[in-house]
Every structure is written in structure tokens, then in C-alpha cells.
Write a protein that binds this ligand. Structure first.
Ligand SMILES: [Zn+2]
Length: 435
């Protein structure tokens, strides 16, 4: 609040030069404004919040870390706590159409017969989901019909969900979504499957209604599991639990395989003759906060020109470690006069940052700026390589935690023991298995 609030009205009315900046009022210890303030305003306010360091007065929006006002932040302050639950609907793993459908479900705006009737359109309702048709409501179609019963029964061992317990659609859907996640992958799969099943029920109903195709639970379940397989593959879910693997394989029709569990063979590819390749990698341990990076420059025969490793401090993400390692690698190239290099990183995020496909976090702005300048200067070409094809840099990064200062090796014989093996394997073109 303004300091004026603490000053009695008659004093305020008689005060000269009221409309001045904080700087003007507080720079002179004898100013009438400062004298009045110290007399009437709480001391801690003056000592804690007022500084006069010669800069211009600015507005600070305290709730944010950067002090910048945004209407978005005000909205989050004003929104009731439960509206945060909407966030469970949206996730990069979840196709937008599923999220939108569930959003409509929660708002009760899916155009089933009952909802259409409620809007004043007269019609005779006959559901498409049961042998003995009943009136079609959202609750009936998604949770009560014969088809829905079969779908949820079939999925109950995966979802631990009983459609019979749903008495109102909005609450039923919301309750399911805000259930605490058990473990990351399972929680995600459970939520995705629930949403996919609802989506397929809706699609199946529309096909029955408008294209005269029969609604069957089997078809709905198959399509649901196919979508989940696609999500597992495209987001490379690790450690898919056994019941899920079994369910996903059951629906397999022989054409596709779960790529995440099919091993493939990758190897480090030597650069073309006359060019050099730099492989870099960062390491970051969330638990201890320790971080480091390393890299190696090799010629077209896989011979090492040099390698480096260095521990980093005060980083907060593996992405930051990856960026630092890339920057260090480029710096060394620069200092040694090497240019037109090929660069490989196994961090897709970093590559997307470098190629500006995604925008930079504010705390990485400086280093990304540095990297961009060096890349241009060195005419470096940065590409992505699978982690298994980047194993020397990976080992260098892991060993970097014990290198408090930058270490550069110029002979392979001096490399740490853990790095020599993968170095030799790369040199003879030995492949590794990518699972
Ligand atoms: Zn029905």
C-alpha cells in the first residue's frame, strides 16, 4: 500500500511537495517527506523495501521472481484452487482431440440426444449402443450402456476403474483424472487409456449413428490399445509394466511391433575424409546436483585429435550440462583453429534449442547466444545422434565429475580407462544395441 495510508489526514493535507518520486523524497535525509515518513510509517517498511541506489523508480510486481507484471499471473492468483485440476486434461502425451472431448464431457456439452433435447430441440431418442435401445444420455453412452459395460470391464484390470461407480459424468471423469499417479509411466498410461477409451466410444457411436456401422466393444478396445501403442512408441516410454505389455501385444495384429522393445543396431559413424567430427555430452545427477561435460574430436579414421572433460557447478538441469559441454567443445575447436566440423549431440532438446525449433529458457539465453555465435564462426554443423552412438562422449561426461578444472587430452593413451574401451570399439566400427 502507499505510505500515505499511514499518515494522518491533516498532516498529509498540509505536506508540501507531495507528488515527487521515491528517489526525490528519500535521497535527502532532511527532506520533509522523509521526516514525515519516519515519524508515522512502520520502521520495517522503510528499511526493508526502500532503497535509493540512484536508479529510477520502477514498479515491481512482487509475486513473480522477475518482478514483471502479467495478467496471466493475476489470473492464477484469482482462480480458485480447484480450477488447477484442468491441467490434468492437457499433456504432451495426450492427443488434443481426447483432451477436448473430455473437456466437453466435464462441461456436459457433448451433443448426445439428451443434451440436444435440453437445448430445446425436440427429438425421439434411441441409443446406438444397446440391443434394446434406451434414451441416449452422456451417462448412458459412456458409462451405463451394454457396450460401455463391456469396454470398462475389459479394461478394469489396467485402469482399476469401475464404471458402475460413476453416478454423474462430470464428477466421475474428474475424479478419475485427479487420482494420484502411482508411478510415472503407469500413471500416464492409465490416464491415456481412460481418455482413449472415451474417445473411441464417442467415435464408434458417431459411426453407428451416421454411417450405419455397428458399435462393438471389441472394436473400441482394439482401437484404444492401438492408440496407446502409438503413444508408447512415439514417446519412447521406458519400463512399460508387464500387464500393459501383455494388453498391448494382445491387440497386435502382426503388422506393427512395439519399437520401444525391439532392439536395433547403431554405431558411431566416421566423418567423411578430410573432415573432423566432435561428439559432446553432458551429465547431470538430479540427486546430488553434480554435473559435468565431455567431448572428443576425431578424424575420418576414428583417430582422436583431442578430448576434454570438465565438472560444472551450479547447474540445475541435464540440458544445461549438455549446452555447457557443447559450448566447451566449440571453444576448444576455436582456440585450436579447427573449423567446418561436424558436431553430434545425443540431446534432441539441445539440438532443437540450437536450431531454434523451441525457444530458450531464460537461464540458458546467454549460453545459447554463445553457442550460436561460435557455430556460425566455426561453420559447424550440429546433428543428433542416438545415445548409443555417442558412447565415448558419454563416458567422458561421466568421468568429468572428477575433473574440477578443464582437462584436455591430446593422446588417446592418456584417456581415463573407462573411456579407452568405447574409443577402441568406435574405431573398429563395433556396433551397440539400442533398445
Ligand atoms: Zn445404449
Amino acid at each position: 500500500m502507499p505510505l500515505k495510508e499511514f499518515i494522518p489526514e491533516n498532516i498529509w493535507n498540509n505536506m508540501p511537495n507531495k507528488y515527487c518520486t521515491v528517489q526525490q523524497a528519500f535521497n535527502n535525509p532532511m527532506s520533509v517527506q522523509l521526516q514525515t515518513a519516519t515519524r508515522y510509517c512502520p520502521r520495517h517498511l522503510l528499511s526493508q523495501f526502500l532503497t535509493t541506489n540512484g536508479t529510477k523508480d520502477t514498479w515491481i510486481w512482487c509475486p513473480t521472481a522477475n518482478g514483471i507484471f502479467s495478467t496471466k499471473y493475476v489470473r492464477s492468483l484469482l482462480a480458485p484452487a480447484n480450477s488447477q485440476q484442468w491441467t490434468v486434461l492437457w499433456s504432451p502425451h495426450i492427443p488434443l482431440k481426447w483432451s477436448v472431448l473430455l473437456w466437453h464431457l466435464i462441461l456436459n456439452s457433448i451433443p448426445v440426444d439428451e443434451t440436444v433435447k435440453e437445448k430445446g430441440v425436440p427429438l425421439t431418442s434411441k441409443c446406438s449402443c444397446c440391443p434394446q435401445p434406451q434414451e441416449e444420455s452422456t451417462l448412458h453412452l459412456f458409462f451405463r450402456s451394454d457396450t460401455a459395460n463391456q469396454v470398462w470391464l475389459e479394461l478394469s484390470h489396467l485402469l482399476h476403474f469401475s464404471n458402475k461407480e460413476v453416478s454423474a459424468v462430470t464428477d466421475g471423469v474428474m475424479d478419475f483424472l485427479v487420482r494420484p499417479k502411482i508411478i510415472a509411466t503407469t500413471g500416464c498410461l492409465v490416464r491415456c487409456t481412460f481418455m482413449a477409451a472415451l474417445w473411441e466410444i464417442w467415435c464408434s457411436r458417431n459411426k453407428a449413428r451416421f454411417q450405419d456401422q455397428k458399435m462393438t466393444a471389441k472394436h473400441i478396445i482394439n482401437r484404444t490399445m492401438l492408440s496407446i501403442r502409438a503413444i508408447c512408441i512415439s514417446f519412447k516410454f521406458k519400463k512399460v509394466p508387464q500387464p500393459w505389455l501383455a494388453a498391448l501385444h494382445q491387440t497386435e495384429n502382426g503388422k506393427e511391433n512395439l519399437k520401444s522393445i525391439t532392439p536395433s543396431i547403431v554405431r558411431w559413424i566416421m566423418p567423411p575424409s578430410g573432415r573432423l567430427k566432435l561428439n559432446v555430452d553432458g551429465a547431470f545427477m538430479m540427486t546430488t546436483g553434480r554435473a559435468g561435460g565431455g567431448g572428443i574430436l576425431r578424424d575420418h579414421e576414428g583417430n582422436m585429435c583431442w578430448a576434454f572433460a570438465q565438472a560444472y557447478h551450479d547447474l540445475n538441469s541435464s540440458l544445461a550440462a549438455e549446452a555447457m559441454a557443447l559450448n566447451d567443445g566449440l571453444s576448444i575447436c576455436y582456440s585450436k583453429g579447427v573449423s567446418e566440423i561436424l558436431v553430434e549431440t545425443d540431446s534432441l532438446n539441445l539440438l532443437q534449442l540450437v536450431t531454434k525449433q523451441i525457444s530458450s529458457q531464460w537461464d540458458l539465453t546467454c549460453i545459447m547466444h554463445d553457442i550460436a555465435a561460435k557455430t556460425l564462426n566455426l561453420k559447424a554443423e550440429i546433428v543428433h545422434a542416438p545415445r548409443e552412438a555417442n558412447r565415448v562422449a558419454d563416458c567422458l561426461a561421466s568421468s568429468s565429475m572428477s575433473c574440477p578444472r578443464l582437462v584436455i587430452w591430446s593422446s588417446w593413451a592418456d584417456l581415463p580407462t573407462t573411456v579407452k574401451d568405447p574409443y577402441h570399439l568406435d574405431k573398429v566400427g563395433d556396433p551397440s544395441i539400442k533398445s
